[in-house]
Design a protein around this ligand. Structure first.
Ligand SMILES: [Zn+2]
Ligand SMILES: [Zn+2]
Length: 108
């Protein structure tokens, strides 16, 4: 096993490669399945050049990884950005992941 993602998308929550499981985009480290809307957002994120993202007035918190290159992202001034490729996580993507996924929380 290599640290290479077959579909070119890394988990935004832990930086692990993702894989397709029953056609769901799945984090290979935790088994977290992403919804189809999040998966399509992630596809768009890695397939398009860096986009301008409006800053928010609150802190997102948490730790994020670039889905294009698995680099740990930094939050500054209401934006979560990757210093390696210059991409910024779209706000809707962050919101969707925070709202709908409990990544890594496998305790009952
Ligand atoms: Zn993950
Ligand atoms: Zn990046």
């Amino acid at each position: 096993m290599t640290r290479e993602s077959v579909n070119g998308i890394f988990c935004p929550c832990c930086g692990s490669p993702t894989e397709l499981s029953d056609s769901w985009l799945t984090c290979s480290a935790t088994g977290t399945q992403f919804s189809t809307s999040v998966a399509s957002e992630l596809h768009r994120y890695v397939e398009t050049p860096p986009q301008a993202v409006p800053a928010v007035s609150f802190r997102w918190g948490g730790s994020w990884f670039c889905s294009a290159d698995a680099t740990a992202m930094v939050e500054t001034d209401g934006r979560v950005s990757c210093l390696a490729c210059g991409r910024t996580m779209p706000n809707m993507l962050l919101y969707s992941i925070i709202k709908f996924h409990v990544h890594g929380a496998s305790t009952p």
